[in-house]
Design a protein around this ligand. Structure first.
Ligand code: PLP
Length: 399
């Protein structure tokens, strides 16, 4: 045998497996509700107009030099403002450590590694359920994971009481991972009042908030509104951490462009923290890719273009919200006696439908409709053309 005869096949990624099954199906009416990437009403991937315009500006320059380890400084500065608000006190105080990252996954991974080194013994509390890759990320960084209640299957909404009880009982000094908006996979977010209560509890219990913000603007269509949880925590005086991704809200999936930022006590702390995050990045991948950073820097850097981008994100969010309404209406019209209110109450890219793994299998086998086995529907895959068929099939497998 070879050097690696002892290596076993790794389990398939649950999300990428859905796409494989979809591609192997030759039914022309097949529907892919697995993929977490935006599609237009013709099921086509979208390149935003602001991205096309930025691309033209950037293209001619043929800039192929290395970026510094921490990435493009003018990009990280703008990115942090987008997350925390232009006038955030922590930015004015110059106490935010920030580096360009390999999209949202990369910033979570950097943070997990930082946590392992500089918060020794601290556990990360992760919502149940969460984006499956969070578990891989913290496992690989050797950080202990604990769960907190988040989702209530009965109501298909937030288990706020469970969440507060579990965090009340959490070990002081732990990290709590929060989805800043458009929670994946449930589409269930706390209300502003609930965020306020949570923030107060976490201050009292000395718990560190780490916000994974993969969908800013994508939830409500308004980047400031989608940043409100972070702003509530900042106003309360939390020194928090934040992972940003431009995959979804700018449609820059393959560019791997994001930002990791940690709010620190003062400028000196921020400088030390940033230097250590760079030391981690240096050994992992040396420095981040340049092209996506130039694109985002361009878009965020000009007020008119930034406004155009806001409008385009809003357009994507609104198409998804419209599909939620149509799906719920069609389900109700189909004669289903089940409650489907959660379809429009949930927010962001995903609808946590509440159907069982067996029903998911039936949808694939009998209707060529594909989604992850936890019943998560990617609303981006729903269009005005396929929503009737989807509603009819959902009714059929649930009745
Ligand atoms: N975090 C959450 C909650 C996500 O849903 C995703 C993508 O699906 C990511 C992070 C990471 O995405 P990316 O690495 O493409 O920015």
């Amino acid at each position: 045998s070879g050097w690696f005869g002892n290596v076993e096949q790794a389990p398939k990624d649950p999300i990428l497996g859905v796409t494989e099954a979809y591609l192997a199906d030759d039914n022309p009416e097949k529907i892919n509700l697995g993929v977490g990437a935006y599609r237009d009403d013709l099921s086509k991937p979208v390149v935003l107009n602001v991205v096309r315009a930025a691309e033209e500006k950037v293209m001619g320059k043929l800039f192929m030099e290395y970026l510094p380890i921490g990435g493009l400084k003018s990009f990280t500065e703008k990115s942090v403002k987008l997350a925390y608000g232009d006038s955030a006190q922590c930015i004015q105080d110059a106490r935010v450590a920030a580096v360009q990252s390999l999209s949202g996954t990369g910033s979570c991974r950097l943070f997990a590694e930082f946590m392992h080194r500089y918060m020794p013994g601290a556990a990360v509390y992760i919502p149940k359920p969460t984006w499956a890759n969070h578990h891989n990320i913290f496992r690989d960084a050797q950080v202990e994971q604990k769960g907190f209640r988040y989702y209530k299957p009965d109501t298909r909404g937030l288990d706020f009481e469970g969440l507060m009880d579990d965090l009340q009982a959490a070990d002081e000094g732990s990290v709590v991972l929060l989805h800043a908006c458009a929670h994946n996979p449930t589409g269930v977010d706390p209300t502003p009042e609930q965020w306020q209560q949570l923030s107060k509890l976490m201050l009292k219990k000395h718990l560190y908030p780490f916000f994974d913000m993969a969908y800013q603007g994508f939830a409500s269509g308004d980047c400031d509104r989608d940043g409100q949880a972070i702003r509530i925590f900042l106003d309360d005086g939390h020194n928090l951490g934040c992972s940003q991704s431009y995959a979804k809200n700018m449609g820059l999936y393959g560019q791997r462009i994001g930002c990791l930022s940690l709010v620190c006590a003062d400028k000196a702390e921020a400088s030390a923290v940033e230097s250590q995050i760079k030391a981690i990045a240096r050994a992992m991948y040396s420095n981040p890719p340049v092209h996506g950073a130039l694109l985002v820097d361009n878009i965020l850097g000009t007020p008119e273009i930034k406004q155009q981008w806001y409008d385009e994100v809003k357009g994507m969010a609104e198409r998804i919200i419209d599909m939620r309404t149509l799906l719920q209406q069609n389900l109700e019209k189909s004669g289903s006696s089940l409650p489907w209110k959660h379809v429009t109450e949930q927010i962001g890219m995903f609808c946590f439908s509440g159907i069982s793994p067996e029903q998911v299998d039936l949808l694939a086998k009998e209707h060529s409709i594909y989604m992850t086995r936890n019943g998560r529907i990617s609303m981006a895959g729903v269009t005005s053309r396929n929503v009737d068929r989807l509603a009819a099939a959902l009714h059929k497998v649930t009745s």
